[in-house]
Design a protein. Sequence first.
Length: 320
Amino acid sequence: MKLSTSLVGLLGLCAGVNAVPQNVKRSDDGAQFDVGQPISADGKGGPILARVGGTNNQVDIDNPSNLGQESTDAGTVPNLKWRFSDSKTKLLKGGWVRTQVIQDLPQSHDIAAAQQHLEKGAIRELHWHRVAEWGFVYNGSVLVSAVDENGKFVNEKLEYGDIWYFPKGAAHTVQGLDDHNEFLLVFDEADFEKVGTTFNIVDWLNHTPRDIIAKNFGVDPKVFDELPEKNPYINPADVATKNVTGTGPEDYLSGNSSFIYRTFQHPPESVPGNGGEFWKIDSTNFPASETIAATFVTLKPGACASSTGTPTYDSIHPPL
């Protein structure tokens, strides 16, 4: 899968420490990049001595370019990759989340990303951002609910390949419907974790006098006596069995106003070659998604996407 945005961003790289196998086998031409050793076919380089310098052999195998395989590289080539496995995972009741922000990948100037997992029934607390959020469901199914500043809303079940886009300021929640559910999140702000980017409903309620919020909602102030002191972020819950929105169809965000796009309900784009399929999702077919565009690409074994460049914006390429 390849994601691109008009606002710029990338995902990058990190490494750990493992021992290198003692019996190194050369490839047919004498180069040893395929076994994680910086040795070229013409004899340049030498083996990494893990006990002295430390390395992670599997990471070296996965990144032959970092070992010097590309002999035409010149100057400093910045790291352009980041593994979510290198991100700190926040464990919560009902799921987890791990993020990639600019501190992880300095080359990603305008995009941050996250993986989030929800157990069945678990709800990502109602919240909103000062930036836009784009989401792609890649495992399970989720119930997405959102409301804009005009009171218009969306409340829909999303499955594999479905996408949402919440403009900045749109309050939203996500609930897991299957036993285990995961999705990719992309934000059009690289420093996504900085203070003042995300606002959670519990934090807002706890900083508002009880009599004021009681009058606002038309309930007894005691209703708010058991609010958690800190944001739960994810709340364990049961899957709802009925719709309680209580509003009419004129308030529902649909058509060109919808925050939802179902990728595989549309045919793939017509592209040359016979090496795979290509879906484009941008503001031409998903008008709500004003700052983030995406392509979903499948490749047959041995196929290769043509070389491309994006000189006016960066992109992230998370494989699925």
